[in-house]
Design a protein around this ligand. Structure first.
Ligand SMILES: [Zn+2]
Length: 112
């Protein structure tokens, strides 16, 4: 199957965030992730999900990728809790990151 152009553009953006060290903090109160946010907003929810599915294990394992991946979860998740992404990202390298992110926020909520 031919690679989707949007996947290619998504990964290009992902590598740019890493290389240029763009802020990828969803809750950033300093810059509001000014470089990443408007560029990611050009992708539809489906394109972000497809893009996340296309990320390699190597990219996902890089600690510098974590904030970007989490940022994409927030962008694509309808209720911002990630639960609606579990099924769509199943059996991909990012699914593990999603599981951990959900468990963490769940624990945080229960600790309060
Ligand atoms: Zn920032």
């Amino acid at each position: 199957m031919e690679e989707l152009l949007s996947n290619f553009r998504f990964r290009e953006l992902a590598f740019k965030v890493q290389k240029l060290k763009w802020c990828a903090d969803w809750n950033c109160t300093t810059c509001g992730a000014k470089d990443l946010r408007p560029r990611l907003e050009k992708f539809t929810r489906a394109e972000i999900i497809e893009g996340l599915r296309s990320l390699s294990q190597d990219f996902v394992d890089n600690p510098n990728s974590l904030e970007f991946i989490i940022f994409c979860f927030y962008s694509a998740s309808i209720f911002k809790n990630g639960y609606d992404l579990i099924e769509e990202l199943k059996d991909t390298p990012v699914s593990e990151v999603l599981d951990r992110a959900i468990t963490k926020s769940y624990r945080k909520r229960n600790d309060e």
